[in-house]
Design a protein around this ligand. Sequence first.
Ligand code: SF4
Length: 52
Amino acid sequence: MEVNKSIKCSIENCKYNYPSEDYCTLSQIKIGTHEANPTVIECTDCESFELK
Ligand code: SF4
């Protein structure tokens, strides 16, 4: 797995995470929301997440 220096991420439970460097290894990710009207950072989700 190679890190994507354009996507920093610290979610170590994700199978696409490169934990020693805090980067994602995907070439692109999709961000979405679980809220009808997102207003704060907690409303946003990485929809490319997959459990390791
Ligand atoms: S897919 Fe999303 S949650 Fe997983 S390492 Fe990449 S940015 Fe982080």
